[in-house]
Design a binder for this molecule. Sequence first.
Ligand SMILES: Cc1cc2nc3c(=O)[nH]c(=O)nc-3n(C[C@H](O)[C@H](O)[C@H](O)COP(=O)(O)OP(=O)(O)OC[C@H]3O[C@@H](n4cnc5c(N)ncnc54)[C@H](O)[C@@H]3O)c2cc1C
Ligand SMILES: *[C@@H]1O[C@H](CO)[C@@H](O)[C@H](O)[C@H]1NC(C)=O
Ligand SMILES: *[C@@H]1O[C@H](CO)[C@@H](O)[C@H](O)[C@H]1NC(C)=O
Ligand SMILES: *[C@@H]1O[C@H](CO)[C@@H](O)[C@H](O)[C@H]1NC(C)=O
Ligand SMILES: *[C@@H]1O[C@H](CO)[C@@H](O)[C@H](O)[C@H]1NC(C)=O
Ligand SMILES: *[C@@H]1O[C@H](CO)[C@@H](O)[C@H](O)[C@H]1NC(C)=O
Length: 442
Amino acid sequence: MVSSENSPIEIPASILIIGSGVFGLSTAYSLCKNPLFKNTSITLVDRQPFPVPDGSSIDTSRIIRPDYASPPYTRLASAAQALWRTSFAPQHYHENGLCITASGPEQKYVTSSLTNVQSLGTCKLEVLNSEDDIKRVTGLENASGSTGYVNWSSGWADAEGAMRWFRSGIEKLNRVRFITGTVTKLLIDHSTSLVSGAQLSDSRTITADLTILAAGAWTPSLLDLRGIAKATGQILVYLPITRSENHKLSRNPTLLNLSTGLFLIPPSQNLLKVARHGHGYTNPTTIPHPESSDPNETITVSLPTTHIDDPSQSVPLEGQKACRAFLSHIQPSFSSPNRPFTKTRICWYTDTRTGDFLISYHPKYRGLFVATGGSGHAFKFLPVIGDKIVDCVLGNMPEDFKGKWEWPENSVPEEEWEGDGSRGGPVGMVLREEMAKGESKL
Ligand SMILES: Cc1cc2nc3c(=O)[nH]c(=O)nc-3n(C[C@H](O)[C@H](O)[C@H](O)COP(=O)(O)OP(=O)(O)OC[C@H]3O[C@@H](n4cnc5c(N)ncnc54)[C@H](O)[C@@H]3O)c2cc1C
Ligand SMILES: *[C@@H]1O[C@H](CO)[C@@H](O)[C@H](O)[C@H]1NC(C)=O
Ligand SMILES: *[C@@H]1O[C@H](CO)[C@@H](O)[C@H](O)[C@H]1NC(C)=O
Ligand SMILES: *[C@@H]1O[C@H](CO)[C@@H](O)[C@H](O)[C@H]1NC(C)=O
Ligand SMILES: *[C@@H]1O[C@H](CO)[C@@H](O)[C@H](O)[C@H]1NC(C)=O
Ligand SMILES: *[C@@H]1O[C@H](CO)[C@@H](O)[C@H](O)[C@H]1NC(C)=O
């Protein structure tokens, strides 16, 4: 290790990053760019070749919106959005707007918070008071029972396209050694509380002065994060549409129904996507305690299970029905039974109890840093989050995120998590139970 004048920490001679998603890849890039790490060797390991087919960061689309309830995230998202618009994979970014609608109790919230925003003179914002307003801006056939607003300054990105663009830029720097391999265990010396790298399933080990764990929703399989972070499964369904339907809808804004969490992203490549930003499914799984030297000690945590684990996996009937009902409401012509979903997918959030990211050294183990807790909203930060992570590695937590990204002082039972208040739809579903309720047919 080399000590540095600009930072309170010693610069590690070697860094191992576990995970090649938004958090891991952006960290790798920022380390390559930072002169303090000029002499540091950087290794990035992922269990799957890139682009990771079941990684949360790989998909047709992700919403890029700066309207958060929390000002620090709004500021950071605005900084990210400025880059999406100009230099960061701009060919994969589309500024179609985002239309947020609600009905029932959420309706009141939407209209009154908007009156406030409007009185501030925010531009590019349109309040939608009637069904006709919503139909006009979304170009959809039906929008009964809702009010809302559209922010024309929001957009969406082709997530896989942007990740590919970013990854190939990093590969060209020739600084990062990329390895495909599954980490089975962190190398923890319990007598000194030092982490010195990771063990792979093929019994290779990778040693490093600093290990940065960014394994997304799988992170709780490598560290005991009970009461701190857990995987929740979210649903996506895809419907093929014709070229002319694609053409017609591709310029529309994204539609998010706050009451149900269901949303429709503008189609691309003749594929329409419906998804739910919800409380999701948990998947309680009993595994050997990742931090115990006793192989018989186990813990039960919610972990991802994906189409890589089970190629026949599809979204439970409950979820498919919800997506179908949403679609047949807003666009009856897309919903007839001979227009089946051809692909469904469960994508995993790494939820924390407040929806804040977890970007911190481990409180107990030296040589271990964790960058995760995306909580279903990290993608938009791809252009900027790596720099913030490296700031935290250097011991400089951004002022805005003090009290948000640090390791929580105590763990809180999952039933008591308050979340970030943005989720709709059913609460408390367990994937296994929902699967058992009905054979889900496409
Ligand atoms: C359905 C869905 C919709 C979303 N919509 C939005 C949106 O509209 N806007 C937005 O901003 N955000 C959105 N998000 C959130 C955003 O996509 C995530 O927060 C972000 O992609 C998380 O990145 P990550 O690096 O934590 O996880 P990942 O991309 O999953 O990366 C983790 C990596 O770790 C690897 N890994 C895991 N275990 C191991 C192991 N043992 N050994 C080696 N490698 C391992 C995995 O293979 C994976 O590649 C959405 C997420 C989902 C699931
Ligand atoms: C990198 O190594 C060179 C050669 O040993 C040394 O001169 C330089 O100061 C080092 N840079 C950093 C940032 O540690
Ligand atoms: C709309 O988007 C702009 C810029 O992208 C943002 O500054 C503004 O806060 C958003 N408005 C609302 C109400 O979210
Ligand atoms: C949103 O969901 C609510 C509750 O299911 C529904 O009543 C309303 O019509 C929906 N609005 C739109 C535009 O989908
Ligand atoms: C683990 O359990 C097995 C079977 O119950 C027992 O034989 C073994 O001694 C145990 N190992 C430890 C380290 O406790
Ligand atoms: C719109 O949806 C509502 C509720 O699903 C339905 O009652 C109504 O007939 C629909 N209107 C049109 C024009 O399809």
